[in-house]
Design a protein around this ligand. Sequence first.
Ligand SMILES: Cc1cc2nc3c(=O)[nH]c(=O)nc-3n(C[C@H](O)[C@H](O)[C@H](O)COP(=O)(O)O)c2cc1C
Length: 421
Amino acid sequence: MKISGSIEQTLIGKRIVLGVTGSIAAYKAVILLRALLREGACVHVVMTQSATKFVTPLTFEVLSGHPVSTDLFAAQQEMKHLSLPEQADAIVIAPATANCLAKSALGLGDDLLSTMLLTAQCPLIMAPAMDGGMWTHPAVKEHVQTLRARGTVVVDPTMGLLASGQIGQGRLAEEGVILEAVQTALAPRQDWHGQRILVSAGPTQEPIDPVRFISNRSSGKMGYAIAEAAQARGAQVVLVTGPTALSPPRGVEVVSIATAEDMTKALSMRLAWSTVVIMAAAVADFRPKHPLSHKIKKQGPADRALDLERTTDILSFLSAQRTTQLLVGFAAETNDLIAHAKDKLTMKGLDLIVANDVTTAGAGFGSDQNAATLIDRQGSMTELPLMPKRALADAILNHAQALLRARQSNLSPKPANMGRG
Ligand SMILES: Cc1cc2nc3c(=O)[nH]c(=O)nc-3n(C[C@H](O)[C@H](O)[C@H](O)COP(=O)(O)O)c2cc1C
């Protein structure tokens, strides 16, 4: 079926999966489907078994022009849990039942829709609808909180007359509000267009001999998330990275290095090109003084000492070399977080420091989440709760952007480097 759209169709070329679950408001998904089609989107509908009791798949099939998927194990729908989310630009679940919110928050996959959510990488928008008592249930509240912390857009239900005859909050949001949430999730913010960002990530490896090295627990996830977020927001990005197990972010120039010395060279070569430098790498402070050219044998003395020497302090080095670049550093600490971070900010002449306590449960090295406090040289401190590293990356970019704007308006000079921290 062809639906004529508005003059400015905002979702042309976008592939959207519309998930419909077993709520009394399931019929409203038909109206949302038509709104999405009007905006030029190509929509595939996935229904739960419960949803099919409220509205027939045929309705969605005829309107969307595509078969409706309902069964994880149906032969003709084989592997749809992988192929649909892979091709989708966004998944919208409207209405989303309390059951669907719970399964998604807990990571359960017992039908096509919930299993799809476990494989999806694209933005997820959920519009719950349920009785008022269900919406205010502590379990539902917790699941919504978990989903939001993970980056899911949850469109709050509205107040009004519910199917039960009661007045309460639980009515599915208007289709215009859900549509707007989809448009916002898909509209790339280009607020970093024109900026050139140099990001460092990962650990360094300092050789002891040809097969052994000193390194640290950095996974590189935070730096990669920053590079990815900055690229998505329109910046040109060069990522200088130590060895990690991560795939290079799309659209980002990646420079792979191993040692602190390599990293110093790679960053200083590109400093003049950059407008912002974000040092998320965990660079070794010390390296073996005399790395051997042959493998150290097990035989010989039982006790051995390793002579170490300091590596270049890259942050101080870049701080001394920079002209107008905004310089952002990280302080990964295990104690006295704020005091250490403030010292580092001053001593190394940074504009902004991201202080994170690597002993916090669920945060820090290797985790997909992080909690941090952003401290800038104007003295402002912003405490951010545990959130996905990608969301934290956006928060760091927002703060850096505010500093760039403030600098543009009062042209403040670069701070003096107070020495090594
Ligand atoms: C008439 C009727 C209306 C319902 N409406 C809702 C609703 O609006 N929201 C909700 O969360 N559950 C509602 N339920 C309960 C769900 O259908 C039930 O929890 C189901 O297991 C959800 O399955 P699904 O999440 O796989 O679609 C309703 C059930 C019935 C019988």
